[in-house]
Design a protein around this ligand. Sequence first.
Ligand code: NAD
Ligand code: UDP
Length: 313
Amino acid sequence: MTILITGGAGFLGSHLCGRLLLAGNRVICLDNFFTGNKKNIEPWLGKENFSLIQHDIIEPFFISEKIDQIYNLACPASPVHYQANPIRTVKANTIGVINVLGLAKKHSARILQASTSEVYGDPAEHPQTESYRGNVNCAGSRSCYDEGKRVAETLFFDYWREHKADIRVARIFNTYGPNMSADDGRVVSNFITQALKNDDITIYGDGGQTRSFQYVDDLIDGLIKMMENQSGFIGPVNLGNPEEFTIKRLADEIIKLIPESKSKIVYRSLPEDDPRQRKPDISLAKEKLGWQPRVELEEGLKKTIEYFRKIIK
Ligand code: NAD
Ligand code: UDP
């Protein structure tokens, strides 16, 4: 198959490129390199089965080569980056998503949206099931991403209702692993790079807020299963690891795994609208896709630390 991955040079996109190439597909990676990195896709540059298109999904585009599947990942995922230019974040999730859905329609390609647990906002229901409608502030500094991703889902379902587009929607919960950029700003990469550089480990708030951390390989399995599913199930489906940790516990785990670190924990103010708790209910993914995560936090952190040791010198 020929598979287009928008945002293919980013953290998740690069893992997806690798897995889909290994399975014998032709992969087209489209990216504007806002948060992506050429290093992530370097192994495949110049290879026959791999093409790179430097483009921003906000601008119209057409690809003449026949495309069978599209994974739409093009959007900055870290609060630091998506808030740096919030209007562009909204554009990527509206104009950009319309452009990518239009391309899927022209090619009659199946298209999967990388949605997010952020559609639940600061959730009042715990753990979060797909039927929970969320608690999202539409006027805050996270809204460009949260509301952007919500309207992106709306567009997917409207293209499905109106144009019979062959869609899949996956709601991804906090995922970590190699190829995250060192300056990404998300918690796992921040804590590991801080610990490796003997810098202060910055906990925002009191560290009592929770997240559920999924290792990237598990997520990639889930995304591909969702894309390949033929049962008529289009989602939305939660893809995340239901093991819940406080941010303080995450910091302690990382310090334990980097015993030579001289870093100290420091507390900084909590960003606006930072969700207090997050944990996926993955019953639907288990039932419909036969999927569940396998990698435990310690094992995933060890692999991620190994990666950051190589890139931070
Ligand atoms: P990332 O920032 O590493 O990757 C995003 C990629 O998209 C980058 O390569 C970036 O350059 C590219 N990009 C951004 N805007 C673009 C645009 N307008 N046109 C073309 N390319 C553009 O982030 P990631 O963690 O790999 O996330 C990938 C997708 O998964 C995002 O859509 C994100 O919202 C979603 N997601 C990720 C997580 C997670 O924990 N990693 C959780 C929920 C959802
Ligand atoms: N966080 C933190 N220190 C950091 C980066 C993040 O304490 O250096 C906290 C952040 O406030 C949030 C959690 O870790 O409560 C997860 O943040 P991240 O940006 O990784 O993802 P998201 O908030 O989108 O889940």
